[in-house]
Design a protein. Structure first.
Length: 551
């Protein structure tokens, strides 16, 4: 006879589960053993929440639902931050969670896991009876795939150990999902074409939903046709930068002053697969005179300003752009738009640092560090950016067209990026990847560097170490508070990494940084480079926000 935990394991494997991130406990160990016996790889982590964030990175890399597991009660509560962050990132995840036995209401590890899941923005499916095993897993994967969010499969211990009573054959959720690309309404396409054809200064704004080789070619054709300025959201940072000279970089608070000025002249914005949130539109100030044409496959996307756009076209990006180009075929732009020598020169000027690097004994200017990293690490090596003040420098200054995963602005949780990097690297079959993160963020989940070492994941963690909570250090100054309260002494993280079985270096010069990074590039392995940076340098976004500087 088949036990319920075995039936659940069968269902997970049938859904395509190949990797499971998590920790064993009383309430999930039977399922973990069963799923391993069925060929899935179990990846043992040091913290349940860390494992879920690794699954998040794995899902982003593969395009498939990530899978994590935790035991009941305290194992589940450890997932809180990671679940909210995954939901905000719209990552499809399925969590198998054990639950206290229904027959033992006095269990010390009892938790109302349904209420918990609801509080942390996670879907919830209960295996409340032996006959529900297959149906619960199918519902969870269906919801994760169709709504792009994490979903918990919660199974009480006594139900798991019961005999399975449902049908023997399992129907995977993928068979229930209509994957047909969304066709745009022809009239909406015509309305969009009319707005675009009557415009003189067009900004083509692309987001994560537009990324893909086929869409890239169509975006470039549309840019050429409309003489548009190309810009990206934070989640599509540097995409197509190597394909067009009229690339303005990120739209929003991470944009350059010159990009802001150019975008302020736009009379039309074509947003493709971009959310148009308050950060992308710089709180509504970035495109004051522009009509907005928004292309997305969602039923409707409400911009950060809260009002409607001028023309919303619901449709697959590839299909919609093809039809839009046909509709614009016989309509010639009235002028040169943004495609002029003057604009080219201004875009070139926007990339030049006008201020000298800060010099301080034993400390590096974070801007110089980022530029050195961008130059010394080949474009084939992807980048993950974390959150916090130090990430601002990388977000604005990394310019090579490498693949970038940004975790900024999705929930504001520090400490997530190195974990995403580990899962992402594994999801790309062990592709060397580097992450730029702050000292407090990295130390928060330092134990997981041991996980990277045990599995030999080729990840380079560049710690921008100012020995402080950098954002709070600068915000304290702006608010007239004691900024030294945010300063926290840091250990030698290079030595810590070496002690944990990896490779490490603590650097205080650009030459030493180049040497340490070069060793990783030549022979990728789990590596930490602790870069001591100055607190005296404030990022451009912070200077805008907290000092009111127009830079």
């Amino acid at each position: 006879m088949t036990k319920v935990y075995e039936a659940i394991a069968d269902a997970f494997v049938a859904e395509g589960t190949s990797h499971v991130f998590g920790m064993l406990g009383d309430a999930n160990m039977h399922w973990c053993n069963a799923v391993a016996e069925r060929g899935a790889t179990l990846l043992d982590v040091r913290h349940e929440g860390s494992g879920l964030t690794m699954a998040d990175g794995w899902a982003r890399a593969t395009g498939r639902p990530g899978v994590a597991s935790a035991t009941m009660g305290p194992g589940v509560t450890q997932l809180a931050t990671a679940l909210v962050a995954a939901n905000r990132a719209r990552t499809p995840l399925v969590v198998f969670a054990g639950e206290a036995a229904l027959s033992d209401p006095g269990d010390s590890q009892y938790l109302d896991q349904r209420k918990f899941a609801d509080a942390v923005e996670c879907g919830f499916v209960s295996v409340a009876a032996p006959s529900r095993a297959h149906a619960a897993v199918r519902a969870a994967f269906f919801q994760a795939r169709t709504t792009s969010r994490p979903v918990m499969v919660s199974a009480p211990m006594d139900v798991q150990l019961a005999e399975y009573e449902g049908p023997a054959e399992y129907l995977p959720s993928i068979g229930l999902i209509d994957a047909t690309a969304v066709q745009p309404d022809p009239q909406r396409v015509e309305d969009a074409a009319t707005i675009i054809a009557e415009s003189e200064r067009v900004v083509l704004l692309v987001g994560r939903g537009a990324r893909g080789p086929e869409v890239a070619e169509l975006v470039l054709q549309l840019q050429d046709k409309t003489h548009a300025l190309l810009a990206t959201t934070l989640q599509a940072i540097n995409w197509l930068r190597d394909r067009t000279p009229y690339h303005a970089g990120i739209a929003g608070g991470y944009g350059t002053r010159i990009a802001h000025e150019l975008m302020g002249e736009a009379d039309c914005v074509i947003a493709v697969g971009a959310g148009l949130n308050q950060y992308t539109t710089w709180h509504g100030r970035l495109f004051p005179k522009a009509d907005i044409v928004h292309i997305d496959r969602a039923e409707q996307v409400v911009p950060g300003a809260g009002g409607p756009v001028d023309c919303y076209v619901r449709g697959d990006a590839r299909l919609t752009l093809r039809q839009l180009l046909v509709a614009l075929e016989d309509r010639t732009p009235s002028g040169a738009g943004y495609h002029t020598p003057v604009v080219l020169e201004r875009l070139r000027e926007a990339t030049i640092l006008r201020e000298p690097f800060h010099r301080e004994d034993g400390r590096l200017d974070p801007r110089e560090v980022v530029l050195a990293l961008d130059e010394s690490i080949p474009e084939r090596v992807p980048l993950v950016l974390g959150s916090g003040h130090q990430t601002d420098f990388g977000t604005m200054l990394f310019a090579r067209p490498r693949e970038v995963v940004s975790n900024y602005g999705l929930f504001g949780a520090i400490g997530q990026a190195p974990l995403l990097t580990m899962g992402w690297s594994l999801g790309r079959e062990g592709r060397p990847t580097f992450v730029v993160e702050g000292d407090a963020s990295f130390i928060m989940h330092l134990a997981e560097f041991d996980t990277a070492c045990r599995y030999g994941w080729p990840v380079l963690v560049v710690v921008m170490n100012d020995e402080a909570l950098g954002a709070e250090y600068h915000k304290s100054e702006a608010h007239g508070l004691r900024r030294e309260l945010s300063a926290i002494r840091s250990p030698d993280l290079g030595a810590v990494a070496t002690a944990m079985g990896g490779t490490g270096a603590t650097v205080r010069t650009i030459e030493d940084l180049g040497k340490a990074v070069g060793e990783f590039v030549a022979a990728p392995k789990p590596t930490v480079v602790d870069v001591r940076i100055s607190r005296a340098v404030m990022s451009v976004p912070f200077r805008r926000l907290w000092r009111g500087e127009e830079i």
